[in-house]
Ligand binder design. Structure first.
Ligand SMILES: Cc1cc2nc3c(=O)[nH]c(=O)nc-3n(C[C@H](O)[C@H](O)[C@H](O)COP(=O)(O)OP(=O)(O)OC[C@H]3O[C@@H](n4cnc5c(N)ncnc54)[C@H](O)[C@@H]3O)c2cc1C
Length: 451
């Protein structure tokens, strides 16, 4: 069924989910008379958004065949114009395990290897013989593909030479230019205080947003693409939560850059720690973890003005506190990983660190759907730490759900995965059940106090 085309669409959030949706709508002939506005609380590129950073891994290595196929579709575009001028580098990605200690990590690795080999048909074997995927049975084999790292990197795993990484901020800037070139989208800066709810309880409707300065922006359709901040605007308890993730950066000399720059990305699925090959003399160490919750008591987002409050995890970033750095626990995790992989750089001080926020769902499936209660409201969020790589294709998939279209065999499967959950998670805060590193249950304030 093709949905009616709204006469005005307000997209809140200009990260991967929001900006890519704007681009797709702007290209659709049926939306030619629709007023499309993108609103963000910060000037573009919003420096604390999940979509803005020096790098993001781009891989089809998923145990889930649907994401694997979708990532392969995105990669076709990354390899073309979209990823040109250094926006995408096909460095390869080594997925490694230390030993038997992480069952989830092992299952993730084995499932990914199966999918890229069997479903995507990538050829296994040494790279020198045209292999696209090389299985690494021991440390020596790992050292053969991850060069000039004298430490202990991992015990086994595989490298997918068709994976790589994107310069996250530059690709977002590129997409923004593409959107601007359509001349179809207007951009506005402003922070949404709350949604504009209809006064009638019998037909609950959202007809736009109210900004912090109390002004209103009205639209027939409001799309919330506000990433980890979404629980401030909608009651998502038991559906999606913000989790803080650690990033740390060091500067390299040109010769260190030369030595390490040709390596694949390296993701350790026992600990969740990863290193992106350095670019512009900067090396990044990070963790794909359960992350920190930041419980915050806020006015109930769906009952503004009533005095009712709820407590949800929300991002805290350098916009809120310019001196905010990663807690000692996270610092130690990054430091230990750097030391064990590249001992000679182990004591190099961080140039900066950052807590970046995932929007976690129980299964790590995104949340892309109409709101089950409020007409006029659509939600596109729940990136769960793996949404970036889909930048070139996610907008058309979001628009597909929006218009209830079925384009290919993936459409229905994705719609099922991304639909509003019928059941809530077992606790109000979502600690994802998906594979991650680090401890589960850490609270940001408690960890910062230990620092
Ligand atoms: C540390 C880290 C590493 C990651 N690594 C990878 C990776 O290697 N590969 C990969 O594929 N993915 C990765 N991801 C995931 C990926 O970056 C995210 O899934 C994706 O960027 C999420 O995009 P988004 O649009 O939902 O959120 P965001 O990019 O955060 O955008 C949300 C926007 O909404 C705006 N906003 C919020 N609240 C309001 C409001 N009230 N009013 C107005 N505007 C508002 C914000 O300013 C922001 O610009 C990583 C994420 C993190 C944090």
């Amino acid at each position: 069924m093709l949905k009616d085309v709204p006469s005005s669409v307000l997209i809140v959030g200009s990260g991967v989910f929001g900006l890519s949706t704007a681009y797709n709508l702007a290209q659709r002939p049926e939306f030619k008379d629709t007023k499309v506005t993108v609103l963000d609380r910060l000037d573009f590129p919003a420096h604390d958004a999940a979509s803005i950073d020096s790098s993001r891994i781009v891989r089809p290595d998923y145990p889930d065949a649907a994401y694997s196929k979708l990532a392969a579709q995105a990669q076709k575009l990354w390899r073309g114009d979209f990823g040109a001028e250094g926006r995408y580098s096909e460095s390869g990605l080594a997925i490694l395990l230390d030993d038997e200690d992480s069952k989830l990590g092992r299952a993730y690795m084995e499932g990914s290897l199966r999918n890229v080999s069997l479903k995507l048909g990538l050829k296994q074997g040494p790279r020198s013989e045209g292999g696209q995927v090389t299985v690494l049975d021991d440390e020596e084999a790992i050292k053969g593909v991850v060069k000039n790292m004298s430490g202990h990197i991992g015990k086994l795993g595989y490298v997918n030479w068709t994976s790589g990484w994107a310069h996250a901020e530059n690709a977002m800037l590129h997409l923004r230019r593409l959107v601007e070139a359509t001349n179809r989208v207007s951009f506005q800066r402003g922070e949404v205080a709350h949604l504009l709810f209809s006064p009638s309880p019998s037909s609950p409707t959202v007809s736009g947003v109210v900004l912090n300065d109390a002004s209103e922006l009205r639209a027939n359709l409001t799309i919330l693409a506000t990433g980890a901040w979404t629980p401030r605007l909608l009651d998502l308890r038991g559906i999606a939560s913000a989790s803080g993730q650690i990033l740390a950066y060091i500067d390299l000399t040109p010769s260190e850059q030369e030595k390490l720059g040709g390596n694949p990305c390296m993701l350790n699925e026992s600990s969740g720690m990863f290193i992106i090959p350095p670019a512009n003399n900067v090396l990044k160490v990070a963790r794909h973890g359960y992350g920190y919750a930041n419980p915050t008591t806020i006015p109930h987002p769906e009952r503004p003005g009533t005095g009712e409050t709820i407590t949800v995890s929300l991002p805290r970033t350098k916009t809120d506190d310019p001196h905010l750095n990663i807690p000692a626990e996270g610092d130690r995790a990054c430091r230990d990983f750097l030391k064990r992989c590249i001992p000679e750089l182990g004591d190099r001080p961080w140039t900066h660190t950052r807590i970046c926020w995932y929007t976690d769902t129980p299964s790590s499936d995104w949340l892309i759907d109409y709101h089950p209660t409020y007409s006029g409201l659509f939600v596109a969020t729940g990136g769960s730490g793996h949404g970036y790589k889909f930048l070139p294709v996610i907008g058309e998939r979001i628009a597909e759900v929006l218009m209830e279209e079925t384009r290919d065999e993936l459409s229905e499967e994705l719609r099922r995965k991304w639909s509003w959950p019928k059941e809530k998670f077992r606790t109000e805060h979502v600690w994802t059940d998906d594979w991650r590193g680090g401890a589960k249950g850490m609270i940001l304030d408690e960890e910062l106090k230990k620092s």
